[in-house]
Design a protein. Structure first.
Length: 472
């Protein structure tokens, strides 16, 4: 069977930790979308593993697959694999031949286009990893796929077609002189990133390494044969529902579909296989966001976060001193700084209209609530239950970002719970949680109308209380 793990909010909900907890029973862990914009953390045995591309199951020695729906930067992949070897792991990672490759010009374009957009206040606050430009080339039918790296003649043809177009886009449309662009990524200057020979030479080498290490697969065939053999497959979503290109708050989104429907398309498993399995949403007990876009329950600015510069700490705390203190408290307690970029994350209260939207969009069969320990010690904990919009009360999010930014949250307030020995609570089980924390969790489960499968009480693997195991 399959278990699909999906972020229910704006990314960084603790998906890596939940994949690690439930992944015990999996044979294979596959990613189906996104690339090294993800930053998934697994903490076990005093060691912290930060994974951008390698599926989190690697920490437990599971086979990892980067599905056809992913965009793969080979430089990051090999660097990450080397780093994990240094941490004592020996990851077995396969990459879909149909996955698209992030090329150095994609990273240059991602960063230049953010600058262009910021002139019109449209900056997304991307991770700068080239994600959007790579998916654009996939849909525009001018991308390079992993399989193309294995055939140098095809790779050269693709590069000779696409690189002059990218150069013209930068020079003639954006009017930027490449020689003056002071960016360097993965050892490529801007000039080299737009040079066919320089890119070709390096990417042929990546292709050779992929072949030598027998890393490429036809993901759908590989995964389906595992399922046919009775193995368990976990699908690890990256980002979150509100960052989904279709179901998120466009245009402040990533360029892929983290929602569960894409677990089929992006892995090559059939929709019936995914649908026969479980879909587990991951919720952080509050809210964090690294990029631009509205956030009605944000502790801070009154403009709904619309147009707020990504990662601007002042913006995330606004000018209300009590909100500022609360946001800083939660940010420090929760370590709310981007795993990929180190940017301080914006912080807000849990937003139920958002989670209801996520539960419906992916069809959650269960969900996990993380970071319950981070909220400990507060006098009261709030939850955004519904929104007021144009004199009406609504329970889910409007379809446009502009309307969403106008939503005023209605809060439920809960008595806080004390800081306790979370490791001991996790060992004892759900009933050992402080009563007020259970009241809050049961309210959330009822409002989202989904079964609570796990509660996160700390970053460590054994700081998670499991109520129901999706593989069992
Ligand atoms: P992901 O992108 O969804 O995998 O999440 P990240 O790894 O980017 O961010 C989650 C952060 O919170 C990481 O540092 C985790 O180790 C940590 N974390 C996960 N679950 C919990 C939890 O229940 N409590 C606390 N305190 N930290 C957690
Ligand atoms: P994980 O998997 C949080 C955000 C960026 C930006 C927007 C688009 O760790 O939860 P992109 O580089 O994808 O084009 O950026 O999406 N973003 C994330 N935010 N967690 C992530 O991944 C994210 N991946 C992208 O900050 O707002
Ligand atoms: Mg993350």
């Amino acid at each position: 069977m399959t278990v699909t793990i999906v972020g229910a909010q704006l990314g960084d909900e603790g998906k890596g930790g939940i994949v690690d907890v439930f992944g015990e029973s999996a044979d294979v862990v596959a990613r189906y979308q996104g690339g090294d914009n993800a930053g998934h953390t697994v903490v076990h045995g005093g060691e912290t593993y930060k994974l951008s591309l390698v599926p989190s199951g690697a920490v437990r020695g599971k086979i990892g697959v980067l599905g056809n729906g992913c965009v793969v930067n080979p430089h990051t992949l090999f660097e990450e694999l080397d780093g994990l070897h240094e941490q004592g792991l020996d990851p077995d990672v396969r990459v879909a031949e149909r996955a698209h490759v992030i090329m150095p010009y994609h990273r240059i374009l991602d960063n230049l286009e953010e600058d262009v957009r910021s002139d019109d206040d449209l900056k997304v606050g991307t991770t700068g990893r080239g994600i959007g430009p790579t998916y654009e080339d996939k849909v525009g039918r001018r991308g390079v796929r992993i399989g193309d790296l294995l055939d140098p003649a095809v790779l050269r043809d693709r590069l000779e077609y696409v690189i002059p177009q990218k150069r013209a886009l930068i020079e003639d449309v954006y009017g930027i002189d490449l020689a003056s662009v002071d960016l360097e990524f993965d050892g490529f200057s801007a000039e080299d990133a737009l040079d066919v020979d320089a890119v070709y030479d390096r990417y042929v080498e990546y292709g050779e390494r992929l072949r030598d290490e027998d890393m490429t697969v036809v993901a759908g065939e590989f995964l389906t044969s595992r399922i046919d053999d009775g193995e368990q497959v976990m699908l690890e979503g990256a980002q979150g529902t509100l960052l989904d290109i279709d179901h998120g708050n466009f245009p402040y989104v990533t360029s892929s579909n983290p929602t569960a429907g894409y677990a089929a398309t992006g892995s090559g498993l059939g929709v019936t296989t995914i649908g026969d399995g479980e879909v587990v949403g991951v919720v952080k007990g509050y809210l964090s966001r690294v990029g631009t876009g509205p956030m009605p329950t944000e502790l801070g600015p009154s403009d709904g976060g619309h147009g707020v510069d990504a990662g601007d700490e002042a913006a995330a705390t606004g000018d209300d001193p009590s909100a500022e203190d609360l946001a800083s408290y939660i940010r420090e307690e929760g370590g709310e700084y981007g795993t990929v970029t180190g940017r301080p994350r914006r912080v807000g209260w849990l937003d139920l209209p958002m989670v209801r939207h996520a539960a419906r969009a992916s069809g959650f069969t269960g969900f996990a609530v993380n970071h319950v320990d981070v909220l400990a010690g507060l006098d009261e904990v709030k939850v955004g239950e519904s929104y007021d919009l144009d004199g009406e009360t609504i329970e889910t999010i409007p379809s446009t970002t502009e309307r969403w930014a106008q939503c005023e949250p209605n809060f439920q307030t809960f008595d806080g719970w004390p800081e306790v020995d979370w490791a001991a609570v996790a060992e004892e089980g759900y009933e050992a949680l402080p009563e007020n924390a259970r009241t809050y969790l049961e309210y959330v489960a009822e409002e989202v109308d989904t079964d609570l499968y796990a509660v996160g009480l700390g970053p460590e693997r054994d700081h998670t209380v499991v109520l129901d195991h999706p593989f069992e």
